[in-house]
Design a protein around this ligand. Structure first.
Ligand SMILES: CC(C)(COP(=O)(O)OP(=O)(O)OC[C@H]1O[C@@H](n2cnc3c(N)ncnc32)[C@H](O)[C@@H]1OP(=O)(O)O)[C@@H](O)C(=O)NCCC(=O)NCCS
Length: 343
């Protein structure tokens, strides 16, 4: 019995008892068989992907069973949760199939943010449709149709219920802050973002779910859903990477290592290693691009998609002709074969 993931969560439900969000302090990838057996015994789990809400009285049993299984950190968490009035859930994901419940969706988003899986490393099919739209407030997640009463209740106590967002995804930092990261405006990173070591997101930067960086990066532009930025690459102020959620795009956009997307530029192809896109230039799969040799002579016209993942290129829009051009990035060590094939 080898499980994909497991976690003990605490969250908010609406008045109908439907989950709005779940916080997992210690999500696990590939939990031990002993742990699964211990929790399954207490929760009545018999296999498959399942989220089981525990009764308050079950938490002491859960803590004892986990402790007996040698899972001291999880046992301690279960023990602490004995004192809450909020709903507590144990979420089992035996196999990495499309999520079927809100607790499963949240566990998968946590796996990404905790760097336990890479973007595209877990099946998120249908996740967007499963997540409820929620008011994220100073009193936690509130169902939209219950918001007006909660606002009135806050006013009657002389306060204001602060609604910071109305969205399917909450901000990442209310669930987890990955080590060695810096985030200037926490509203701009959604739960499910994957931030590599030493990644900084400045105010203009944004990271969607199932997307992010693999190592050190300075992010001052938008990392759309599904986009992965390689180690050492930077996104300049206000730049855009194309997502695949809308607009019919089905190429997964990525940025290689040690590349730069200039300020206000845009990327609609997978970009190779050590590439630069001039500030203000948007490269799409269909953009017609003149390849130049080292003496700036024309070589051939190609489309953006032909240069997908090709390393060591500078893309620029010729300021005299308006034509988009690509040439070898001289600062790169390797010369690009595509550019020299016709020399
Ligand atoms: C594309 C870019 C990398 C080119 O920079 P570079 O390689 O240093 O090029 P230079 O500015 O030294 O220019 C080299 C030559 O190309 C010319 N040139 C540069 N860009 C050109 C353009 N778009 N069209 C025509 N000629 C151009 C220069 O005039 C210069 O010509 P010269 O040899 O006659 O003097 C740079 O303009 C750029 O956009 N960098 C992105 C920076 C950025 O946005 N960072 C993020 C900040 S938040």
């Amino acid at each position: 019995m080898s499980y994909f993931s497991f976690a003990i969560g605490i969250g908010a439900q609406n008045k109908k008892g439907e989950w709005l969000d779940v916080y997992y302090q210690q999500p696990l990838l590939n939990p031990s068989d002993a742990l699964i057996k211990a929790v399954a015994g207490v929760a009545g789990h018999t296999g498959g992907n399942e989220a089981i809400t525990l009764a308050k009285g079950q938490l002491a049993d859960l803590a004892a069973a986990l402790s007996n299984a040698g899972e001291s950190a999880q046992a301690e968490l279960a023990s602490k949760l004995q004192n809450t009035e909020q709903p507590v859930v144990v979420t089992f994901i035996e196999s990495d199939e499309a999520p079927a419940s809100v607790p499963e969706c949240y566990l998968k988003l946590h796996l990404l943010t905790h760097r336990l899986v890479l973007p595209h490393g877990t099946n998120l099919t249908g996740l967007f449709g499963l997540l409820p739209n929620v008011a994220w407030t100073s009193e936690g997640a509130i169902a939209i149709d219950e918001l007006a009463d909660r606002q009135l209740a806050a006013r009657m106590k002389g306060g204001v219920l602060e609604v910071s967002a109305v969205d399917k995804f909450p901000k990442m930092t209310n669930y987890f802050v990955p080590a060695t990261t810096r985030i200037a405006d926490t509203d701009r990173v959604r739960l499910g973002a994957h931030m590599g070591d030493n990644t900084t997101v400045m105010h203009e930067g944004f990271i969607n779910f199932n997307a992010g960086t693999l190592g050190a990066s300075m992010i001052e532009g938008r990392i759309s859903a599904g986009v992965v930025v390689g180690k050492g690459s930077d996104l300049g102020g206000g730049c855009s990477t194309m997502g695949t959620l809308s607009g019919g795009g089905n190429i997964v956009i990525s940025v290689g290592e040690e590349s730069l997307i200039g300020a206000n530029a845009g990327l609609g192809i997978p970009l190779g290693d050590r590439c630069i896109i001039e500030s203000g230039l948007y490269i799409t799969a269909g953009t017609k691009i003149m390849l130049l040799d080292d003496s700036n002579q024309d070589v051939e016209i190609v489309k953006g998609r032909d240069l997908a993942s090709v390393a060591d290129l500078i893309f620029r829009r010729n300021s005299l002709t308006g034509r988009v051009e690509a040439k070898t990035n001289k600062t790169a060590i390797q010369l690009n074969e595509a550019l020299h094939a016709n020399n």
